[in-house]
Ligand binder design. Sequence first.
Ligand code: 5AD
Ligand code: SF4
Length: 467
Amino acid sequence: MSAPIMVSEQEIQNQYTYLDAVSRMIGGRGKRAYTHTFGCQQNEADTERIRGMLAEMGYEMTDSPEEADFILFNTCAVREHAEDRAFGNIGALRQLKKQRPDIIIALCGCMAQQEKNVEKIKKSYPQVSLLFGTHALWRFPSLLYRVLNGEKRVFDIGGEDDIAEGLPVLREQGAKAWLSIMYGCNNFCTYCIVPYVRGRERSRRPEDIEKELRELVAAGYKDITLLGQNVNSYGKDLGLDMDFSDLLRRLNDVPGDFLLRFMTSHPKDASPKLFDTMADCPKIAKQLHLPFQSGSDAVLRRMNRRYTAEDYCKLIDYARDRMPDIVLSSDIIVGFPGEREEDFQQTLDLVRKVRFDLLFTFLYSKRSGTPAAEYDDPATPEEKQDRFARLLRAQDEIVAARQAAYMGRTLRVLVDGAAKSPEHPFTARTEGNLLVCVRGDGIQIGEFIEVDVEKTSLRCLFAVKKE
Ligand code: 5AD
Ligand code: SF4
């Protein structure tokens, strides 16, 4: 397979020229930018790039859209609910745009890569003056330049499946950071819109990833998540003799005190080699997000997932065998078209068998343009809701028991913020990413400490710093 197309250095340089031009127009004038991100971590990472560009242009960031001169929504198209919320948010700004016609309202992300949404924005949301898709993100400086120079509406939904290196980034302060290692998806699960809006899989070069990791570690980030829609197929397009496990080993060798996580993994590509690598590498967190979506082989087939419930359980058995304390999470879709009660029972069986630490449960949402949108869907919304509620109840019982089993244990945690509880005033994360509220003397945000668990609840462990 041919290596992914890189946006040329010349083109990136051109964007820096536009960035400078914008900064001469708006820099030093107290202009402010507000961004709002819907959806997944990939979108959050994309927003950090846009904020990086905005900051270099001279915008100050604000948490209030009313105060902003530039407002950006980075949108998600995975479920209808996320789309509705984005439209609601933009709709609510119509008045503000009337009062202050000079503000720039922009929309980007996955919704901007879909024709039906673009048409709707064109027709019914005149307050949006800039729209660009996921493929055009790196062209943001030139697009904003055009708006600032009086073009009424700038829409850029074109672009290739390429990779742009060398853009600025403005990350959240704190201990955690995202690090994209690849973009796009080739899997075409029949319910999912992602391959249509984010294009084909393409991997960043290992040297670029390692360089960014070293920068993150030097900047003090300690909990770093490698991102991609399907990280287990990392490298297949690079023509190098290296896969995701090899990348993990290389990154594990970067000096410093940090933890690496990764998401999302696909069961069809997760292998014993990956779990051996995780077990061997001390800086790779013993945590795995491995979506199984359904426990029914019939449903999995119609979802085009290319594994069976048994394959999945074998993987989990192997992972637990190598890493007995591994923290496991998963995604499940309830109410996929044609899901029968017996299919749902198999999902419940799998949940009870594996006993996940955390589940992300979704009601199926029809996405036009995907194959499943054409499938017969005889179950009623009430039936689907009822299954959803039963799944949550089953999972709550499991989580309560799993959490209670941590009582009295000593854990190494990374302190990452302030908690609401006065008795346990700091939040922290275990290596497996479980939430812990901690108390004790001399606790500092951004440090790894040892704690003893003294209380548990469904969502949180409570612990005291070890003397
Ligand atoms: N409806 C409901 N959930 C979906 N997901 C993806 N597409 C849909 C859809 N059409 C869920 C999957 C995926 C997670 C990110 O979102 O569970 O793993
Ligand atoms: Fe969507 Fe499947 Fe790709 Fe995940 S692996 S992004 S669910 S198509």
